[in-house]
Ligand binder design. Structure first.
Ligand SMILES: [Zn+2]
Length: 89
């Protein structure tokens, strides 16, 4: 009687590796660089309150720990100019 070896599926990462965790004064943030190639909306940068126009490379950040009143940390995503995010402490 031969035992069938169970195929072990390769572990699938929970999220794309493009994200980094960054420590700021107010906590830890996921940061995902956006090349701009897929960006079709205009966002307002929380750092300088200027628009981030489509096709502009920028950063999407959201908190590692969600705020108490938000259903999901992903709802707290913010789009930042890369330079504004870097300047933030
Ligand atoms: Zn900005």
């Amino acid at each position: 009687m031969s035992r069938r070896r169970s195929a072990r599926p390769a572990p699938r990462p929970l999220r794309p590796a493009a994200e980094r965790i960054v420590d700021k004064r107010d906590g830890q943030w996921f940061v995902r660089p956006i090349t701009g190639a897929t960006s079709v909306k205009t966002y307002t940068c929380p750092g300088c309150h200027a628009p981030i126009t489509p096709a502009t490379p920028h950063m999407v950040v959201w908190p590692v720990e969600k705020a108490l009143l938000s259903a999901d940390a992903i709802d707290e995503r913010r789009h930042w100019h890369s330079a504004c995010w870097t300047r933030r402490h």
